[in-house]
Design a binder for this molecule. Structure first.
Ligand SMILES: [Zn+2]
Length: 254
């Protein structure tokens, strides 16, 4: 293998943790993860593998360029998508990259992320599959949610998983960055699931865990008459407060 095995080992450990059944983030072959190797390539989960117990042999290394170039086109047939994925594959041969490889390429190349985790947590999808999903996720509920999940999540309306979803994500990411000056740490996909973006494995795991906790609380708050969100200025203050930055540093350094 000519890839960076340090990054791959970290990705394997992150994926195994996300796949632990007690978290209820994913079952069977659900979810996919990725890690940037360098400016030109990244590792992504191969199709058909479970995150639980996955080994290095369950990942494929892809080149960014063919995927990002394909996303400039308005639509691709399923055959074209397969051809582009094959063209982008650096190693090993014979494995089919995840259908969400396009989405991972965007998150890693344009979303300031080094590690990305896409999961389908029960607690998150309980809300994202409801008719009140969009309205319910419009605020932050408690200080530690702001610390681990940022000021606001990027919300994406339902789109066909794979190429179409990646195109929609790319547009949403650009709009979010324009509005907020940074990339989101949490992306919510209607009727589908969660994406956590981070610069380290620890950050991605913390963001996923905190987002899931926030959704558990949101569900309860919705049942008990409706969530009371933190005031917007409080969210901004926490996000920029020095000691919270310090805590964030500690959280990620551990
Ligand atoms: Zn998914």
């Amino acid at each position: 293998m000519f890839g960076d095995n340090g990054v791959l080992q970290e990705l394997v450990a992150m994926s195994q943790e996300l796949g632990r059944p007690e978290h209820q983030y994913v079952i069977l072959g659900e979810g996919n993860t990725s890690a940037r190797v360098d400016g030109g390539s990244f590792w992504v989960k191969a199709s058909g593998y479970s995150l639980a117990g996955i080994e290095p042999g369950g990942f494929v290394r892809l080149s960014f360029q063919p995927l990002l170039e394909a996303l400039e086109r308005p639509a691709l047939s399923d055959d074209d998508v397969s051809r582009v994925l094959q063209e982008a594959t650096l190693e090993p041969e014979g494995l089919r990259p995840s259908v969400e490889s396009f989405l991972h390429a965007v998150a890693l190349a344009e979303g300031e992320a080094c590690f990305v985790a896409h999961t389908h947590p029960t607690a998150v999808n309980r809300v994202l599959c409801s008719i009140r999903a969009r309205e319910l996720v419009q605020g932050r509920l408690f200080p530690d949610e702001v610390v681990s999940c940022g000021c606001a999540s990027l919300y994406l309306e339902y789109e066909d998983p794979g190429f179409a979803l990646a195109r929609q994500f790319r547009q949403g990411l650009a709009a979010y960055r324009q509005e907020n000056g940074v990339s989101p740490k949490v992306v919510l996909i209607e009727n589908h699931g969660l994406i956590a973006l981070g610069s380290t494995v620890r950050e991605v795991l913390a963001t996923t865990a905190m987002a899931v906790k926030a959704f558990e609380i949101l569900w309860g708050a919705a049942v008990l008459g409706g969530p009371r969100y933190l005031p917007e200025q409080e969210v901004k203050r926490i996000n920029s407060r020095l000691d919270e930055h310090y805590r964030r540093g500690l959280l990620h350094a551990r």
